[in-house]
Ligand binder design. Structure first.
Ligand code: DON
Length: 307
């Protein structure tokens, strides 16, 4: 059976499922997304792409963008990053503050909000807020055949800012431990704009493909980061990419993956495929409910689990 036929089977299976999870509702632009949307895209190691459903519709990638912020921060300061954020699973919710108090303001990993805020702070120190946003766009846009609609949605960023009290609390709290170098509004501004990155599954699977190949984008032949950084990012995706549901994702799907509250997931089968899925309804951990199930099904059909 071809990969395209497998994707069509999966989309058929989920088309009429009524239990689709709950769409993120903390800001209107996310709350109004149609919960019946479903898209999937797979890029193989030779650059071939297979898509199904709403794979060409742009959505807010939210926390999936933490992969790209981390890529830039590792390229900017290398291992010095690990003095400010650790490399361990948290077992806590994505926006939790509890561990920071007993762990001296050092977040467990770069994918929980606290850790991603430290990564943003590193990028603000290194590039400044505006240039760092441009760096993120300059990183992702050339990695896809068609970058149209890959934008930072200013309205999403603004609304995040207006409701981002928890993220403001995290930055303020870490600043008391001197783990934030910049004025908190600058670090938050970059973080909210990074989270507001918008693209389709088709584009996301292409953009993320550098992780599958040890940092070479199979479409452009361009080296994106070092092989070691790509491996580090994938290891963190496996351990921390789904927050306190990372363990069950590893068991059910068996691939490094990163989710976002927009309902997207990027999963990488090392050396084999880069997979993006989008279904806006979330489970209780803030990860796409049907997106996770769809990846589970894909791996059952293809044998792509790394375990
Ligand atoms: O900062 C936040 O809470 C959101 N902008 C992003 C959170 C997110 O995507 C968590 N992922 N599942």
């Amino acid at each position: 059976m071809t990969l395209t036929a497998i994707l069509e089977d999966i989309a058929d299976e989920f088309r009429d499922v009524s239990e689709r999870g709950v769409v993120a509702n903390y800001i209107p632009p996310l709350a109004c997304v149609d919960p019946t949307k479903f898209g999937m895209a797979v890029v193989e190691a030779d650059g071939q792409i297979h898509t199904v459903g709403d794979a060409d519709e742009a959505f807010s990638i939210q926390s999936i963008s933490k992969i790209f912020g981390l890529t830039l921060a590792l390229d900017a300061i290398g291992d010095a990053l690990w003095t400010r954020v650790r490399q361990e699973p948290s077992g806590s919710a994505f926006n939790s503050i509890v561990q920071l108090e007993s762990e001296y303001g050092i977040p467990r990993n770069p994918f929980i909000n606290a850790g991603a805020l430290v990564v943003s702070d590193v990028l603000v120190s290194h590039y400044g807020v505006q240039e760092a946003q441009q760096k993120i766009l300059d990183l992702v846009r050339p990695l896809t055949r068609d970058a149209k609609n890959i934008v930072i949605d200013r309205n999403v960023a603004l609304q995040e800012k207006e409701t981002g009290f928890r993220n403001a609390a995290l930055v303020n709290y870490m600043r008391t431990y001197n783990n934030i170098e910049n004025p908190i509004e600058k670090t938050l501004e970059l973080y909210f704009h990074q989270c507001a990155l918008t693209m389709s599954c088709h584009q996301l699977a292409e953009v993320g493909a550098y992780l599958m190949t040890g940092s070479w984008n199979p479409i452009t032949g361009r080296q994106v980061t070092s092989t070691l950084h790509a491996r580090t990012i994938m290891a963190l995706m496996m351990m921390c990419g789904h927050y306190d549901a990372s363990g069950s994702f590893a068991i059910r799907v068996g691939l490094p993956g990163k989710s976002g509250v927009g309902g997207g997931i990027l999963a990488i089968a090392p050396g084999v495929a880069s997979v993006a899925v989008w279904s806006p309804g979330l489970n209780e951990y803030g990860n796409s409910l049907l997106g996770t199930r769809a990846l589970e099904r894909l791996v059952q059909r293809t044998g792509w689990s790394v375990f």
